[in-house]
Every structure is written in C-alpha cells, then in structure tokens.
Design a protein around this ligand. Structure first.
Ligand code: SF4
Length: 367
C-alpha cells in the first residue's frame, strides 16, 4: 500500500458540501483539541475557519514552540542544472522555453559550494530540473561527493527516482528529498503536464514512499499553490504528510507551501491564493501535524516571511539564487522563477535573532 491507495478514499468527496456544514462551534471545538483527525484539519481549512485565525495562531505558536523551540533551520538551494524534458505549463524551465541550458562541471560545483559555505550554512538543497539523462543519478552522486566536503546535510529536489536510485544516493550521502506533487487533483495534473515523463502522476505521487523505503531521513512534500483550489490541495498535502509519518515513523516529514511566482513563459495562476489564505493553511497544518516541519521559501517577500515566522515555520531558505552556477560565476541567466526575498544568510540570521529566534546552520552530521 502507498499513498496512491490512500488517496483513492477521497475519490468523489464533496468538498463544498463538507465546507458548508462546518459551523463556528465546530471550529472552536477543533482548535481546543489535542489530536486532530483528517476531517478536523479539513474543517480548519474551510471558509468558515477563516474568521478564527487569531485563536488558531495562538495555538499554532504554542505547538511550534513546544515541538521545535524558537529555532529555525536555514538552508539554501543550489541549482546544478536546468535541463528538463517536461512541459509544465507554469515553469520557466519548461523544455519549450528558449533559455540557455547547462549543468555545472564538478569544478564549478566545488566553486559554488565554496561560495555558499562561506556563509556558514551546512545544509544544502540541490536541484537539477528533470532530465534523467543529462542530470543522471551518477552525475548527482558525483556532485554529492564534492558537496560532502562542505556540507553536513544534502537534500535533493530532482525528478522522481526508483527506490534503487534513491538508495544509491542515500549511500552516496544524501539524507533528504523534496518532491512537489504540484497538483494532487489528477485531471488538473494531467492538464498542466501535457508532455514528458512527469505526466506519470502515480510515479510522482509514490516517490516519497520509495525514498522513505530507501532510507531517506527527511521527506519534504508540497503542492504548488495557484494551480487548483488551494483548500483541497492543502488538505491532500496534509493527509499525505500524515500518511508518511504513520507509514514511516522513523523519518522526518515536512511541507513547503510555495505560491506561484512570475517566470519566463508567464502562465498566470489559475487560482489566487491570498496572504490570509496562506496563513490559514500554515495554521491549520500546524494544528493537524504538530511535529511536521514547515519550510518557507524566498518566493514570499521579506515582510510576509518575517510575520509568518512565529506561526509554525521551522525552515527558511536564505541567500537564494535560482540560476545554475549563479553564485561563483556571477552569471545572470534565466532562473526557474523570480524570488521575492533576496536577503543574505547573515541578514536572515540577524532578523531571526532580533525576533528571539535561533538560526540553526547545522543539526545533522553524515557519518
Ligand atoms: S517544474 Fe520541474 S519538471 Fe516542470 S518544467 Fe519546471 S523544472 Fe521541468
């Protein structure tokens, strides 16, 4: 059994009917509960719960401090390559977009790693676009050998792999993976992914299962907000996280909550997800999954990131560059998307200290 089977339980579920049945008394009762069910979580994502954000925020803050303290892990992404064989209509790396494609040589990876390591960061997330041949598993493993000299935790955000391939990279020194399902609604998923291997909805959906079975320590998932009804997508991301925590109790699970950003090709969001919607999502998730990590990226602007911090955020990116090799070479090519918060690692650390939080550069050592 995988999450694909679990998801089938919700086929034909009447979300609008459920939301219409939620009362203020239901929301207040759920906020006070110690352990929430999946349906409780869905009630907190309802339009009715949008007028209960203050008590939800108080509870979320209490739970976050109880389970994570006032500590926020900092990391940065490193784009190894931007080759891609897919045609996701919402992405600047779409294979049809006319941008210069490249991948870093191992010497360039070393130069990028040195540039990032100067900031003091010890956790890194490597990204490749999705091209199994140009950014092969053996290429990624070679890059990991270089990166291990500088970083103690290396996470992947690459195309979905087989269980054996995940195991190969775990053996090479990778300890975390991020896999965005993008859209949990399968018909919408197929509409937005017209060509390429990414059309295989199930293979992608089950990637976190395969990674966990292969020994990955940290599994981070998420939906890209703006592609479909955000309440449904937030719900499925939450129940996916809950499933992973129950099925693989020894792994650490986390979500990201990315909203669509401007990019080359300019596909507009199908659904506008407001700041208040994003807040409701993060609060509801924290109440449902008190020990689940929440990663907030630089897609959001500095002011919003600072304000969201106490509500349940546990990881933040800093010193971000979405271009391949943009740090060491200073080369300015087209990034995957535009970022909104350009603060350096030092500036992020200063912001955290000023608000009574501790920036964590390292909490894992690969032996
Ligand atoms: S979202 Fe990923 S798979 Fe899709 S076009 Fe962009 S880089 Fe390629």
């Amino acid at each position: 059994m995988t999450f694909f089977d679990e998801l089938r339980r919700f086929d034909g579920f009447d979300f609008q009917g459920f939301f219409a049945s939620v009362t203020d008394a239901d929301v207040s009762r759920i906020i006070a509960k110690e352990r929430l069910s999946g349906m409780d979580y869905l009630a907190l994502l309802s339009p009715r719960a949008a007028s209960h954000l203050e008590p939800m925020a108080r509870r979320a803050q209490e739970l976050t401090i109880r389970h994570f303290g006032r500590a926020v892990q900092l990391f940065t992404p490193l784009y190894l390559a931007n080759y891609c064989t897919n045609q996701c209509v919402y992405c600047g790396f779409n294979t049809k977009n006319p941008l210069e494609r490249r991948k870093l040589s191992l010497d360039e990876v070393e130069a990028e790693a040195r540039a990032i390591a100067e900031s003091g960061l010890k956790h890194i997330l490597i990204l490749t676009g999705e091209d199994h041949k140009k950014s092969s598993v053996s290429y990624i493993a070679d890059c990991v050998q270089v990166l291990k000299r500088h970083f103690t935790s290396i996470s992947l955000e690459v195309y979905p792999l087989t269980r054996e391939e995940y195991a190969q990279l775990v053996a090479a020194g990778v300890d975390g993976m991020t896999m965005f399902q993008e859209v949990y609604d399968e018909p919408v998923y197929l509409e937005l992914h017209p060509k390429g291997p990414k059309r295989d909805y199930r293979f992608r959906l089950e990637a976190p299962d395969r990674a966990a079975q292969a020994g990955m320590r940290l599994v981070n998932i998420g939906a890209l907000l703006g592609l479909h009804d955000w309440r449904q997508e937030a719900f499925f991301t939450g129940v996916h996280t809950d499933y992973l925590q129950r099925a693989y109790p020894d792994i650490e699970v986390a979500i990201s909550t990315p909203r669509m950003r401007p990019h080359l090709g300019g596909f507009p969001p199908k659904v506008i997800v407001s700041d208040a919607d994003l807040v409701q999502y993060i609060l509801a998730f924290r109440l449902f999954m008190p020990r689940g990590g929440v990663t907030l990226s630089t897609r959001e602007n500095a002011k919003l990131r600072d304000n969201l911090l106490p509500l349940g955020i546990t990881k933040m990116s800093a010193g971000v560059c979405t271009q391949v090799g943009g740090r060491a070479t200073g080369q300015e090519d087209t990034g995957q998307f535009e970022i909104s918060d350009e603060r350096s690692v030092a500036e992020m650390a200063e912001m955290l200290y000023s608000r009574g939080y501790q920036p964590v550069y390292k909490d894992w050592q690969y032996l």
